[in-house]
Design a protein around this ligand. Sequence first.
Ligand code: NAD
Length: 477
Amino acid sequence: MTALIKEPSFRECVDLMFNRAVALMDLPPGLEEKIRVCNATYTVRFGVRLRGQIHTFTGYRSVHSEHMEPVKGGIRYAMAVNQDEVEALAALMTYKCALVEAPFGGSKGGLRIDPREWDEHELEQITRRFAYELAKRDLINPSQNVPAPDMGTGEREMAWIADQYRRMNTTDINSRACVTGKPVNAGGIQGRTEATGRGVQYALQEFFRHPEDINAAGLSGTLDGKRVIVQGLGNVGYHAAKFLSEEDGAIITGIIERDGALFDEKGINVDAVRDWIVKHGGVTGYPDAAHHAEGAIVLEQDCDILIPAALEGVINMGNAARIKAPLIIEAANGPITAGADDVLREKGTVIIPDMYANAGGVTVSYFEWVKNLSHIRFGRMGRRQEEASHQLIVDELERLSSDRDLGWTLTPGFKQKYLKGAGELELVRSGLDDTMRAAYQSMREVWHARDDVKDLRTAAYLVAIEKVAGSYRALGL
Ligand code: NAD
């Protein structure tokens, strides 16, 4: 639903939230402004000959902070892309990377295009040309600026970008590290496609390990049986909803998409809806749940956890007061406007903020970038050695139990599980889980330790800005 009240833009919202946090800090004069502003935004306009005529496209790449390089951030394909939006998203990337200790500055890109209007071959031509324009200005470069997928893009687009960069830099041995989120057979890493949704799951698992935090949201127990509404069943929303329902026992009661929403208190099968969307282009007509033509209304339904995973500004001054969920996890970037954030905080809603909640993507992107630079798959050196040393222990346990007739045997399944050394996927999940736990703990420590910090978002900004400020201090600024 569009807000009737005039609200600040997305970038202004990010600045307002930033300002709220720095007011509680003691930064040297001028450093606050240095951190807040976006360093540069490049606009490119280029033509591509398609369907017998030249079409002109507008794209952006914004670099928010270069306190660490390369800078990192996704490329979005959507008609709503504009300079204000990419600058807001680039700023969020700076804080996100700092919070989860991914050694990057913040950047973001966007192309004003509706990807559904073009066929695959046309999209490839457009993407390659956009990549060319960015790469020739070092706005794609393994050591300076490394894009990734975002709304409207995925591993297919990242593979085209990587290939375009390689064609332009034929002797760069690290060319694959120029972009992340690539398919595994083109230099990607296992677990990247699902990483942001997986990170949302790990974030909620960590939240539910802290009784004090569960209480703060007025909830109790575990994730099991919690009623969840998700908006946007794309990459992030689909994986988050799938993992939470299949592995943690959560019940997906609502799914909101572009063409309306599905609702069923008994739970909705996420994979069945995803298959339906792929086949029919939307949720309309899905037979096993009630359909609401005005999807955004379902944001206001009673539930335990609300996961906005589509786009920014969907919870705004127009609907904030009617949002019933006691816990909101911002899987999308900027789904809650600054004004709505005030209303929700006043009501006691606990918000797990975007800069933390969707950081799983950049975390696994960081692993992919390291893999590309080291030119070796994670686990390749150690896996068999780990299995061999586990085998020694299992053999010894089995010998002891049979030699001395101790009367015990190994639990069924133990041997098989214990003997399996960690491959790339297991290591990626372990690294992601560790990152999400550590970052949550750093936020909640500030949230609970300081009387003047009332919410997780302010805590997240405090932790992130302190880290960015530390980098600037180390540079002598
Ligand atoms: P996506 O394009 O894969 O999916 C977006 C989904 O939202 C689609 O299913 C689309 O139909 C739906 N949608 C669009 N407009 C909608 C509307 N008005 N109401 C309801 N649904 C709508 O995009 P994604 O990669 O899943 O990104 C979603 C959000 O997550 C964005 O805010 C993005 O910045 C953020 N994010 C993505 C990643 C990533 O790794 N892909 C990482 C961090 C953050």
